[in-house]
Design a protein around this ligand. Structure first.
Ligand code: PGA
Length: 249
């Protein structure tokens, strides 16, 4: 049985003070919930959130990591640094990092390997096509190539630890959600790719989220789809009550 998992991606939003205010009110709202949830925050807010959520089952995630142990990589953060803070998750390969920070499937693959071999931090791997690829009917081709390259060299034990977030780029921050059927079709397709690369057991276990303009108004429809196990939520994860309404889909 796959347990639903809703993660928030704060991107470059919230100061320490704002993160603390969020955590205090979110903790109250989340109290009796059994749906798994996490917040992926900017690096400087991670320790605040780990502390604030201690004793709850709310997870904390980073939004990026470097694949080297240490070195002259100005502005980067290592797996050991994230481990020390005690984060549970790390987003890898978000489309904004692929688009603005030259993230490639090769670096994504190195990051996944590093996280999975040297920590218990679970990667949230983002994949998805852009608008012109969707309009050209190439979404499956694009996503299957991403998955194949991103998972290269990983064992099935490692693969099943990865949360895959299908995020069509044209639906991120645009208010344009993929229809529940489009999202379901792609998540089901991703599961078949995992089965082809590994086996039925691995594909049954892997958690697949949909992301792209998820909000309280569309969460129920999306979350009720068979192959969608959760959501990666950007904008709507910034407000405790909105994020909670999504978790309570
Ligand atoms: P959005 O972002 O919910 O604001 O569209 C999703 C994401 O980028 O993970």
């Amino acid at each position: 049985m796959r347990i639903p998992f809703i993660a928030g991606n704060w991107k470059m939003y919230k100061t320490k003070k704002e993160a603390l205010e969020f955590a205090e009110s979110f903790k109250q709202l989340y109290k009796d919930t059994d749906i798994r949830a996490a917040i992926c925050a900017p690096f400087t807010q991670l320790d605040t959130l780990v502390e604030a959520f201690r004793g709850t089952s709310i997870g904390v995630g980073a939004q990026n990591v470097h694949f080297e142990d240490e070195g002259a990589f100005t502005g980067e953060i290592s797996v050991a640094m994230l481990k020390e803070i005690g984060v549970d998750y790390c987003i890898v390969g978000h489309s904004e990092r692929r688009q603005y920070f030259a993230e490639t499937d090769e670096t994504v693959n190195l990051k996944l390997k590093k996280l999975l071999t040297e920590s218990a931090i679970r990667p949230i791997l983002c994949v998805g096509e852009n608008l012109s690829q969707r309009e050209a009917g190439k979404e499956k081709e694009v996503v299957s190539q991403q998955i194949e390259k991103d998972f290269a060299g990983l064992t099935s034990e490692q693969a099943e630890q990865i949360v895959i977030a299908y995020e069509p780029i044209w639906a991120i921050g645009t208010g344009k959600t993929a229809s529940a059927e489009q999202a379901e079709e792609m998540c089901a397709f991703i599961r078949t790719i995992v089965e082809e690369l590994y086996d039925e057991d691995t594909c049954d276990k892997v958690i697949i989220q949909y992301g792209g303009s998820v909000k309280p108004e569309n969460a129920t429809e999306i979350m009720n789809m068979d192959e969608i196990d959760g959501a990666l939520v950007g904008g709507a994860s910034l407000i405790p009550s909105k994020f909670m309404d999504i978790i309570n889909f």
